[in-house]
Design a protein. Structure first.
Length: 275
């Protein structure tokens, strides 16, 4: 006989959240290896001794780790997934009948703590990995990832003119584009389709001139970047050093996209500043 499943809510449940999370689950392994109790001491100066108790800062940092581990960049979506995923709730220390934190608490925490606290958090976690024998320090791999800036190439204006402020940014951009019309295909004009080497050399010269003489009024820290398969854009680079033993990230540096890996290599490996 065919069975039919009908949902019906119960008044009382006999349920253990911990038993529903598999023993080999990734977050169980993280909980065993990484003790984050140091977080409370790290952020204690940012809280008052009076008033209503806040969300446990340990929970906030664990939420951000979950977002990183599972590739959830949206804070709204992260808060929603945490309220639905039993393993996430268990890792944060919440039971089924408790409301998990709203997405706004993460935004407020980032604004309250600032960049320095998160850098200290990274260094402390790295120290725990070293103590646990996960980092050998014998071989390190360095690579970078392109991060597109939230700025248009139309926001580029000459650096000298921006400093002198003869016009407002909008006035200057309007004048530049009205007096100097530019076509996207102009870089390859006069070059044959088969001469890829000449085209690439032309692009490199153009990119170098752009970063030396132009700056974005929207995002002045970004730089112009292009490579085969990637169109011209304003962007950054995230450079990372990864230890070969357990693939633990040992250093991170974000730079304008025009900065190559060899320039940040000493700083990533030896902690030296970029020249």
């Amino acid at each position: 006989m065919m069975g039919i499943k009908a949902y019906q809510e119960k008044m009382f449940y006999r349920f253990s959240l911990s038993k529903r999370v598999p023993e080999d689950h990734f977050l169980r392994k993280v909980a065993k290896v990484v003790n984050l109790s140091f977080v409370r001491k790290l952020v204690k100066p940012y809280y008052s001794y009076t008033g209503q108790p806040s969300i446990d800062p340990l929970v906030l940092f664990k939420m951000m780790l979950i977002g990183y581990f599972y590739g959830i960049t949206s804070e709204r979506r992260l808060a929603e997934e945490i309220s639905l995923n039993m393993a996430f709730m268990w890792y944060l220390g919440y039971d089924l009948d408790e409301s998990t934190p709203n997405h706004s608490v993460i935004s407020k925490a980032r604004a309250r703590y600032g960049k320095e606290v998160f850098e200290q958090f990274f260094q402390k976690v790295l120290g725990l990995c070293i103590k646990a024998g996960l980092v050998s320090g014998e071989k390190v791999f360095v690579d970078s990832t392109l991060i597109k800036a939230n700025a248009s190439l139309k926001s580029l204006v000459p650096r000298r003119e921006l400093i002198e402020l003869k016009f407002s940014p909008k006035e200057y951009v309007d004048r530049v584009f009205s007096e100097n019309p530019v076509e996207e295909s102009s870089l390859e004009d006069g070059l044959s389709k088969g001469d890829e080497k000449k085209i690439e050399e032309s692009r490199n010269r153009q990119r170098g001139k752009a970063n030396k003489g132009l700056v974005s009024t929207t995002d002045p820290d970004a730089s112009v970047y292009q490579r085969p398969g990637i169109p011209y854009q304003l962007a950054y680079k995230e450079h990372m050093a990864v230890d070969s033993q357990a693939r633990v990230i040992t250093a991170v540096k974000v730079t304008p996209a025009a900065v190559t890996d060899d320039r940040v290599l000493p700083g990533l490996i030896y902690g030296q500043p970029i020249s």
